[in-house]
Design a protein around this ligand. Structure first.
Ligand code: SAM
Length: 468
């Protein structure tokens, strides 16, 4: 099937004849999804920020909002899989299709392959919108592609298009679970001997994470918070509460600053730093990459119990402002600076480096993220991570501890960075698993790798290094 090439969109709805004027524009839910898809593809918007704002602005609620959410997040997550099927059905590379038309095709094919929407409705709504946005020829092109897609289900398409499971099991898993191959490979590498869990890891990225709260130490206990919010006390972190649903920002405890929204894995990382063995802790604690301040807040609340004071460094001014806001009343000194050249006086007892990273361990939180990241991001971030860790070690006194953490399991961002530090700097690795008790299944050590499918947390990595 050949189709029209890239071309001009209509500036407005056509008024040029009875046939075209019968075209119906998208209903509010599909329109919202389509607009967010375009914002994601053309302006690098984050779907999970853009969609709620747009729904509120347009007053879309209830079932329409739920449908718009399913369409938007679902289409963003499986974009690469949809593109492969669209490419096969259109018999051309998806990159050669007009980007607006491609977003429409993604929306239509998602409905055909992954929802209970009647195929006729999925096709006709998309075709009408293509004709309105462009012209009848392109409406016809969309019609042809979607009708071809609708002749088969997803399993049938993937059976034809996925790499062979025996000769390329990782490529196969990546295709079927709609991930770029390099990300599936990175997860398999990080799983090591447990690479059999790859499918569970990939499947987990399509699940919406449960909201976790942290009860602020000194303000209220997890049990009190759970009772107040009708939640469940967490499995591992003594501060964690799992919310059954609803908007956490509306909870009294969160508004009063007694609880914060924080993944249990992040709570465990902040707590691990406070549990590390440090002789004669003088209470000088540092968070070198602090924005927006979630871990700083927990560290500061824990530090307050023993008289420790936290200094927080953050390079981005708006994120430094968030650190100040999120730690108000906790005595945190916030510095807007590059952590590699903070100008701070060395001699800290405990230092957290929660490094900027690819975020591959938190893909479930950002529907489009898996398709936006590229392998070339890794060396750039790994260099920054090595430099930040080196700076942290330089700011820590002998006997003090640096906790290096990422929310990515990619080996180049995790063990690769730590191995470099162990080679170049006067540090020794502690058994970080001991600092994460009672969590089990943390890997062979000495470092810690959390996994969503095992622990229900983001895939955080942590390594505690003691300065010699
Ligand atoms: C993973 S986030 C930290 C999350 C934070 N610890 C929390 O729990 O809320 C990494 C942060 O490092 C900041 N950052 C990036 N480069 C930096 C640098 N050179 N120096 C200091 N901070 C930096 C980013 O702006 C980002 O806010």
């Amino acid at each position: 099937m050949t189709g029209p090439q890239r071309g001009q969109r209509r500036p407005q709805r056509p008024h040029d004849g009875s046939r075209k004027s019968r075209r119906k524009p998208l209903d509010p839910a599909r329109r919202a999804a389509f607009d967010v898809l375009q914002a994601v593809s053309q302006r690098d918007a984050y779907a999970n920020l853009a969609l709620p704002a747009l729904l509120a602005e347009r007053g879309i609620t209830g079932r329409d909002a739920a449908f718009a959410t399913e369409l938007t997040y679902g289409t963003c997550r499986v974009r690469g899989l949809l593109d492969a099927i669209i490419g096969a059905a259109a018999q051309r590379e998806p990159e050669t299709i007009d980007p607006v038309l491609l977003d429409l095709l993604r929306l239509g094919s998602y409905q055909l392959l992954r929802t209970r929407v009647e195929p006729h409705a999925a096709v006709s709504t998309t075709v009408d919108q293509a004709a309105i946005e462009f012209d009848s020829a392109r409406g016809g092109f969309v019609n042809g592609v979607l009708r071809t897609i609708s002749t088969r289900d997803e399993q049938s398409w993937t059976a034809e298009l996925a790499p062979n499971v025996d000769s390329d099991p990782i490529g196969h898993a990546a295709f079927v679970r709609a991930h770029p191959r390099w990300i599936a490979q990175a997860f398999a590498d990080a799983l090591g001997a447990a690479a059999g869990e790859l499918d569970a890891v990939l499947a987990g990225d399509d699940e919406r994470p449960r909201v976790h709260l942290a009860a602020r130490p000194g303000a209220l206990t997890a049990a009190e918070l759970a009772a107040a919010v009708d939640g469940e006390v967490g499995r591992y972190s003594p501060y964690a509460v799992y919310l059954p649903g609803g908007d956490p920002g509306k909870l009294d405890a969160v508004r009063a600053g007694q609880a914060l929204v924080q993944d249990e894995g992040s709570q465990l990382v902040a707590r691990a730093l406070t549990l590390a063995p440090v002789d004669g802790d003088n209470g000088r604690w540092l968070d070198l990459c602090a924005g927006p301040g979630g871990k700083t807040a927990l560290l500061a609340a824990l530090g307050a119990q023993t008289g420790a004071r936290v200094t927080a460094v953050e390079q981005a001014p708006h994120r430094a402002a968030l650190v100040a806001e999120n730690t108000r009343g906790l005595g945190v000194e916030v510095l807007t600076a590059d952590g590699r050249e903070s100008g701070l006086e060395p001699g800290f007892d405990r230092v957290l480096v929660d490094a900027p990273c690819t975020g591959l361990g938190a893909l479930r939180r950002r529907p489009e993220a898996r398709w936006r990241r590229v392998p070339a991001d890794i060396p750039v971030l790994a260099k920054l991570q090595r430099e930040l860790l080196a700076a942290a070690i330089g700011l820590t006194r002998p006997g003090g501890v640096v906790l290096y953490a990422t929310c990515s399991p990619h080996l180049a961002e995790t063990v690769g960075v730590v191995a470099d530090a162990l080679r170049r700097h006067p540090v020794r690795a502690l058994d970080t698993r001991e600092l994460f008790a009672p969590v089990d299944a943390l890997g062979d050590g000495p470092h810690v790798q959390l996994w969503p499918h095992r622990h229900g947390t983001d895939a955080m990595f942590a390594a505690a290094l003691q300065v010699i």
